[in-house]
Ligand binder design. Structure first.
Ligand code: NAD
Length: 299
């Protein structure tokens, strides 16, 4: 039997292109004596968060971005956290700011995100930046949303007039993705936990983005033949390898094997949206630095 197979959307290759563009942009600024400098704030960092920050430092240095980690004790209060974020906003040597999540349970993450300077907010999490998306004038867009939409555009499949379905409506993924797709002329259905018959919406979609966090939520029978499938989900699933050892695999929200037989294009997990999200953080950091140095403009 000859089973059709979707084309893979290679997130690693696309991320490498973005990193190359960022490297060139950082070099250009550097030739004019302008630095690109990201400060990441970590409150009460567990070991895993420090490892993540160390990886981030390495990724930044590879493209010429200066990376600083500001570690605050776990008992830091909300006001002190805001004071530190405001201090970074005013520091001309800091061109980008990000706040590692999760915060200790005593702190309110959303309130803290308001305190991140809008221009230096490299993750695009300040509600003002989400608002700018709504108005169609993004200053800095959330990294995962830009990654998902960038990967769709990399296929060359037109968005204008396309039927798009986004499953998952979080503030950081699904909602901004739906705004960016709307801005590009797609007709967007945004599904969430209370949506009746999610599969019926998915089956109409030329472009399907799934950002929920439930492995296998969407399978081949829920997909329109030839559709572009962007799987944002990252889930750890217990499995057994060929030697019978218990292992954990990273899987998306889409059942890859059945989806691949129906879709036209599909992102793998891992190797799809994940690496592009990391690259988008670098791209946003360059954009923030260009804004801070007056080389780029908000409007
Ligand atoms: P979230 O928990 O904040 O939001 C989940 C959304 O899914 C909610 O809107 C909820 O209403 C909806 N939902 C839950 N069950 C549903 C169902 N059965 N049918 C339809 N909708 C349902 O999650 P999040 O932070 O947006 O993350 C979603 C997934 O994306 C997670 O697996 C996360 O790890 C992953 N993620 C990946 C990246 C990346 O870079 N690839 C970045 C961020 C998040």
């Amino acid at each position: 039997m000859n089973i059709a197979s979707a084309r893979l959307i290679d997130g690693k290759a696309y991320a490498a292109e973005i990193r190359q563009r960022v490297r060139s942009g950082v070099e250009l600024l550097s030739e004019q004596g302008k630095k690109v400098s990201l400060t990441a704030v970590l409150v009460g960092g567990a070991e895993a968060a420090r490892v993540y920050a160390a990886n981030q430092a390495k990724t930044c240095s590879e493209v010429g971005i200066e990376y600083r980690l500001l570690e605050l004790p776990g008992d830091t209060g909300q006001e002190e956290l805001h004071r530190q974020l405001h201090r970074l906003a005013e520091d001309p040597l800091v061109t980008g700011i990000m706040l590692h999540l999760p915060l200790p349970s005593t702190l309110n993450a959303q309130q803290a995100q308001y305190a991140i300077d809008v221009i230096k907010d490299v993750e695009g999490v300040n509600p003002a930046n989400i608002g700018h998306l709504l108005y169609g004038h993004p200053i800095i867009s959330p990294c995962t949303a830009s990654a998902a939409v960038g990967l769709i555009e990399s296929t060359g499949v037109p968005l204008r007039g396309a039927e798009a379905c986004v499953v998952g409506a979080s503030r950081i993924a699904g909602r901004p993705i739906s705004l960016l797709l709307t801005e590009r002329g797609a007709t967007v259905t945004l599904c969430h936990i209370d949506t009746h018959d999610v599969a019926a919406h998915c089956r109409r979609a030329d472009i399907l983005v799934v950002a929920v966090g439930k492995p296998g939520l969407i399978s081949g029978r829920d997909i329109k033949p030839g559709a572009v499938i962007i799987d944002v989900g990252i889930n750890r699933r217990a499995d057994v390898d060929a030697e019978g050892n218990r292992i954990h695999r990273i899987v998306g929200d889409v059942d890859f094997d059945s989806a691949r037989e129906v879709a036209g294009w599909i992102t793998p997990v891992p190797g799809g949206v994940g690496p592009v999200t990391v690259a988008m953080l670098l791209s946003n950091t360059l954009r923030a630095a260009r804004l801070a140095h007056g080389v780029d403009h908000v409007w």
